[in-house]
Design a protein around this ligand. Structure first.
Ligand SMILES: *Cc1c(COP(=O)(O)O)cnc(C)c1O
Length: 229
């Protein structure tokens, strides 16, 4: 099936849940993204800063770009002028740098805090304790040029659907608790990014508002040894 067909089918599937579809286009050529764009797709996710910037320069300017991979503080400046959402914030230090670069660009940058939910050592993210410590800190409260609009998580890469379901469920419960404790009056805190090609159906059942789907749209990726996938 074509990229356009894959997007159409996914949109049909997620329609009831009203979740957003992030087309994860890492490693794919700009032509593939253009094809998705022509089929109506406007949100794209990339995990490498340099690749994201190159594609941003080549492709239509109404695309909303999401960074979904581990971000080094020294690279924030390259995406700060245009990034729509940084989904993978995993430290206060990074959040402070995003705030600084956002201020330089006279804008507010939306972020998700990435929470570690998987039973694997390779996944980035904050533990529950670290998440709460961050949100309680004075350093965080002082940041005026970032906005935390929700949480992101990656489930364990396993065939065990019950385990994946449990991990997404836990993240959902955590999200609800964080909402009540820290963002009760903030309507913008509403995004729960969870689910990829192999597990987005389970994620939608657990209340995902944003699924990040790559191979189901664009086909399998050629294996490259990126540090974070
Ligand atoms: C690559 C990636 C995805 C998409 O993976 P697929 O299995 O191709 O759908 C989603 N989220 C993150 C963080 C990724 O790195």
């Amino acid at each position: 099936m074509s990229i356009a067909d894959n997007i159409k089918n996914l949109n049909k599937e997620i329609k009831l849940s009203k979740a957003k579809l992030v087309a994860v286009s890492k490693t794919k050529p700009a032509e593939d993204l253009q094809e998705a764009y022509d089929a109506g797709q406007r949100i794209f996710g990339e995990n490498m800063v340099q690749e994201l910037v190159e594609k941003y320069e080549k492709l239509p300017k109404d695309i909303q770009w999401h960074l979904i991979g581990h971000l080094q503080t020294n690279k924030v400046k390259y995406i700060a002028p245009f990034i729509s959402l940084i989904e993978s914030v995993d430290s206060l230090k990074l959040l402070q740098e995003i705030n600084k670069q956002a201020e330089k660009n006279k804008r507010v940058i939306d972020c998700l805090l990435q929470v570690y939910i998987a039973d694997e050592e390779t996944k980035f993210g904050l533990s529950y304790d670290e998440l709460i410590e961050l949100l309680r800190s004075d350093e965080y409260t002082a940041l005026k040029n970032i906005r935390v609009v929700g949480l992101m998580g990656i489930a364990t890469n396993t065939d065990n659907e019950k385990q994946i379901n449990d991990e997404f469920h836990e993240l959902r419960v955590l999200f609800d608790g964080i909402k009540v404790s820290f963002f009760r009056k903030d309507e913008f805190f509403k995004e729960l990014s969870m689910g990829m090609s192999s597990d987005y159906k389970i994620a939608l059942e657990q209340g995902s508002t944003m699924i990040r789907v790559g191979s189901t749209i664009f086909g399998q990726r050629v294996i490259k040894h990126f540090k974070n996938n």
